[in-house]
Each structure stands twice: as C-alpha cells, then as structure tokens.
Design a protein around this ligand. Structure first.
Ligand code: PDD
Length: 296
C-alpha cells in the first residue's frame, strides 16, 4: 500500500522523457534498450521534508555509472535537479524516495552499443515510504540471510540488471529475513542485495568492504565513513568473512532508504547480544544529524 504522509494527492505522477504523466499511463517504448537488454542505470534518493538527501553525490554516481557504459548525462545537472524536484513536488512526497532511471533509448534490438545512439530514455517516480516500518527496523533490528554472490564483475555500476540481487532478496524474505548478504568465492561478504554491509569487530572498529568492482560505492556508505571518522570512531575499509560477521559485536546495513539499520541475526545466528548495538545507534544518529544540517 502507498503511504502519503496523511495527504492523499489526486494521483501519482511519473516523469517520462520530458512529460509528467499519470503513473498508471506512464510507459516506455517496447524496444527500449532498458526493457529489452537491461541497458540502463538508476539512482534512488531519499526524500526528507520534501528535499533530496545527498543529491550531488547521487548525481556524481549517476554520471559515473553512465560514463562506464559509454553514456552521457541525459541533460545538464541543473536541469536534472529541477525535474527531480518537480517530480517530488507533483507527487506531494514529504518523506520517501525518488527513483530515476536512464536507458540507452529505443532502437531495433541488437546487442552492441549503437554507433548512432538514440535519444536516451529518462524516467522518474517519487513516492512516500512507510516511515513507521523504517522506525521499527531501527528499533528492533533486522535479520539477514547469506547466499553466494552470483552477480557479474561490475557491481560498482548501478545498473538495472538486478536478477541476482532479486533472487537473493527473495530467498531472504522467504526465510523471514529482510536482506541477503552475498558471499564471494573466497568466503568474504560483498554487500547486501540493495544495501552495503558493515560489522563492528572485537576491537570496536567499524568495518566495511573496500571499494572495487565487487560492490556498489554506496552514497550512504561514504557519508557514514566521513561522519564516523569526524566523530573519532575507528573505521576500516577492508573485506570481512562470514565467520567474522558471525563473531562481530554488531552488524548493520546502509542505503539511501535506511541508514545504519541494525542487523541482529545472520542465518538465524544472533549477532552480539541479539539486539541493536550502541555503535550502530550512534552512527544512525550521526547520519541523521548530518542530514538535518545539510537540509537546514
Ligand atoms: N540500493 N549496494 C547495492 C547493491 C545497492 O543496490 C544499494 C542501493 C546500496 C546502497 O547504496 P546507497 O547508500 O547509495 O543507497 C548498496 C537502492 C536503495 C535500491 O536499489 O533501491
């Protein structure tokens, strides 16, 4: 069910290639390369109090993802920001998320990048989130299920090709867990299906995997690393094994849609005391404080 923060607008509006259209009528061409080939990248931004959090960082990453697949930004950054803000406004979203996707456009189906690419497709939607459920997750913590990382070799690109992620997440949900942590061939945790993975080790250091092609460079991950360092919390960027995670004092997840969500069990085994840890809470508070300052 959709949540509208108490204000139900006439209907949701989607942005599709220069037009704001009713959500139910919004669509792309049947030969859009995003639809046919997964030739597309995306971003998800958190909306708080009607404003997008970490907007520049999300646009930097969008630009990078596009560059990695030999595409340019679909419009100038300032124009893109205006469209994003307008999409949020037209959907009356106070707290929620904005989804943005850029595809290589519509063309007769053929795999290689076309020599003369069509106009890219740009779509956006915005919706409110279930804020009460988010608060509950912070209070209660969540369960994680592990599974092998079956993704491709460029997980640093935020592509819409998410089959391995969604299969992992489905297995997790069916096992009563919120998120799946994917394990690489050497036994190290890469990341969650839609979140970055963190632990607090025996020495009280906050640990998250270092950046490489194996994980998405999460915007929230970066903000947490900066905020933790500024607060003199020891942080280390290195890979960690499942065994280390199971023996960790604390564990948590990060993403734009829920910064520092405590993980209280992995594969049914308690992490730490089995309830949200103090350092995770501190980091969630630091993140929230920084967001408030940014939006002020
Ligand atoms: N997911 N890792 C993966 C695989 C992700 O898909 C995401 C984001 C993250 C966290 O990145 P960030 O902090 O920039 O949100 C890490 C979004 C929210 C999604 O797919 O809905």
């Amino acid at each position: 069910m959709d949540h509208w923060n108490g204000r139900r607008p006439a209907g949701r509006i989607a942005y599709v290639n220069g037009r704001y259209v009713p959500h139910g009528e919004a669509g792309v061409h049947v030969e859009d390369r995003g639809l046919q080939l997964g030739d597309a990248v995306y971003e998800v931004c958190r909306i708080e109090n009607g404003h997008m959090l970490d907007l520049e960082e999300h646009l930097d990453r969008l630009e990078r993802s596009l560059r990695e697949i030999e595409m340019a930004m679909p419009m100038r950054r300032e124009a893109l920001k205006l469209v994003m803000a307008e999409t949020v406004r037209r959907n009356h979203v106070r707290d929620g998320l904005l989804y943005l996707q850029v595809t290589r456009g519509a063309l007769k189906r053929d795999h290689p990048i076309p020599e003369h690419p069509p106009k890219p497709t740009l779509i956006m939607t915005a919706r409110a989130m279930d804020e009460a459920a988010l608060v509950r997750r912070h209070i209660d913590g969540v369960a994680v299920l592990t599974c092998p990382d079956r993704r491709w070799g460029r997980c640093d690109i935020k592509t819409t090709q998410l089959l391995a992620n969604l299969l992992a997440k489905t297995a997790a949900r069916r096992a009563g867990a919120l998120e799946a942590w994917m394990i690489d061939d050497d036994g190290f945790v890469t990341e969650g299906a839609s979140t970055n993975a963190w632990i607090v080790d025996g020495e009280g250091r906050v640990v998250t995997r270092d950046l490489s092609h194996a994980i998405l460079p999460g915007v929230t991950r970066r903000v947490i690393l900066e905020a933790a360092a500024a607060a003199q919390i020891p942080v280390v960027e290195r890979r960690f094994t499942l065994a280390e995670a199971l023996a960790a004092r604390e564990a948590f997840l990060s993403s734009a849609t829920g910064a520092a969500i405590p993980v209280v069990s992995i594969d049914g085994k308690k992490i730490g005391t089995g309830s949200p840890g103090p350092l995770t809470r501190r980091i969630a508070e630091l993140y929230a404080k920084r967001s408030r300052e940014r939006l002020a």
